[in-house]
Structure formats: structure tokens, C-alpha cells
Ligand binder design. Sequence first.
Ligand SMILES: CC(C)(COP(=O)(O)OP(=O)(O)OC[C@H]1O[C@@H](n2cnc3c(N)ncnc32)[C@H](O)[C@@H]1O)[C@@H](O)C(=O)NCCC(=O)NCCS
Ligand SMILES: Nc1ncnc2c1ncn2[C@@H]1O[C@H](COP(=O)(O)OP(=O)(O)OP(=O)(O)O)[C@@H](O)[C@H]1O
Length: 201
Amino acid sequence: MKIIGLAGSIGSGKSTAAAYLRSLHFIVFDSENAAKSAALEKGSPCLQKAAELFGPESILPDGTLNRPWVADKIFYDHSLLLRFEAIMQQQVRDDLLHFLETQKADGTSAVFLDLPLMIELGWHKLCDSVWLIAVPDEIRIRRAIARDRQLGKEIVMRRNNTQLPVSEQRKYADAVIDNSGPFANTKAQIDEQLRKLQLIK
Ligand SMILES: CC(C)(COP(=O)(O)OP(=O)(O)OC[C@H]1O[C@@H](n2cnc3c(N)ncnc32)[C@H](O)[C@@H]1O)[C@@H](O)C(=O)NCCC(=O)NCCS
Ligand SMILES: Nc1ncnc2c1ncn2[C@@H]1O[C@H](COP(=O)(O)OP(=O)(O)OP(=O)(O)O)[C@@H](O)[C@H]1O
């Protein structure tokens, strides 16, 4: 089973690429939607550890994580960010290894990983191939702000600045997918990479 990681900074188009891959019936592991939401479910061990780290204000009355409150703390305090990431990373790692085992047992030919901080947290070491979804910083930041209007430029920039610069991420990429133009162009590049790996004809 081939494991292909999608790398790229905030707003580069990893989730959009992942949605395209799903439309081609490929399986994508996505920590934003699957593992993370489970990790942050009411009463989960992750949430309990988060409450110990941040205090009671980090948990909403309905028992879920107070995401804006936590984001406000971690993106202004690097040591807190690293501690929170370590809590999340452990849970995502367990879920990911279980997912990979299950897919292998099912005889799946290829899986894709859409994880934030692919290179920063070393997820790329589990991959046979890493595709960097690349967009010039200015366009990327503009798209991220347009996507999460409640975040605003300063917050998007703060998150961006904690991520590895794209020039560094390039060093780990087996393929670079340029997503600066219309998504149809991106699809064509993805198809080309899929053909190279003999995953489509
Ligand atoms: C801080 C949280 C609660 C904020 O939630 P919120 O709904 O505002 O943002 P969301 O999760 O949709 O993320 C939006 C974007 O922020 C960026 N971002 C998220 N977490 C991080 C991080 N730890 N470092 C840098 N950028 C990040 C990503 O580019 C992401 O796509 C959430 O992002 C979170 O739980 N982050 C930690 C995730 C993590 O550490 N993962 C590590 C294992 S994969
Ligand atoms: N080729 C494109 N042209 C225009 N808009 C695009 C293109 N690709 C993606 N987008 C838009 O840019 C925004 C960011 O894309 P997406 O959410 O896929 O990025 P991401 O890499 O998953 O980001 P994050 O790491 O922040 O989760 C989205 O609103 C998406 O619809």
C-alpha cells in the first residue's frame, strides 16, 4: 500500500486536493475531520489533558473544547503550542496507525494523508511519497483569510508563522503541485502524479 502525504502551509489547498482525490474514490486520512474531532469529543482523554494544561476556561459548558479561546492562547505562547500539539499528536498518531493497519488489511492500493504540520511533526516519515501543494504566500494567505473570515489576517499570519516556510517544506517533497491557478490546472497535475505512481491510467 502506498502512503502519500499532502504537505503545504495554511491555505495552500491540501483539503481541496483531498476532496478531489476522494472524488476519484481514493481514501484520505484527514485529522481535521476525523481523528481531531474524535480527540476533542466530550470526555475524551485529549480534552481532559487540555483542561489540565489550560484550566477550566478551555472547556465550554457543553463539554467541548473552546477552540477560539485555546487558539488565542497557543498562537501567542510557543511553549503552550508545543505542549498542546504533543497532546493532539499522540491521539492522531494512534488513530493514524490504526487506520493504516485497517487499510492494509483491506488490500487498499493507496492512501493519502491530509495532516496539518506534515513535515514539522514528522508524519512524512510514514509516507512513501510527499506531494507539496504550493501556492505563493500572498495568494495562500488571501485564500486562508477568505475561507475563515472570523480569523482575520493577524491570526492567519500568526498560524502561518508557526509553520515551516514553504521553501523548507520543498526539501521534503517528491512532487510539487502548483495550486496558484484555477483548480482545473491542479487536477491535471494530480492526475499526472497519480499516473506516475500507476494509481490511474
Ligand atoms: C487550535 C485549534 C483548536 C483551533 O481551531 P480552529 O477551528 O480555529 O482552526 P482549525 O482547526 O480549523 O485550523 C485552521 C488552520 O490553522 C492552522 N493550524 C491548526 N493547528 C495548528 C498548529 N498546531 N500549528 C500551526 N498551525 C495550525 C492550520 O493551517 C489549520 O488548517 C485547532 O486548530 C487545533 O486543535 N490545533 C491543533 C492541531 C494539532 O496540534 N495537530 C497536531 C497533530 S496533527
Ligand atoms: N486553485 C484554487 N483556486 C482558488 N481557490 C482555491 C484553490 N484551491 C483552494 N482554494 C481555496 O483556498 C482555500 C484554502 O484551501 P484549503 O482549505 O484546501 O487549504 P488547506 O491547505 O487545507 O489549508 P489549512 O492547512 O489551513 O487547512 C479554500 O477556501 C479553498 O476553497
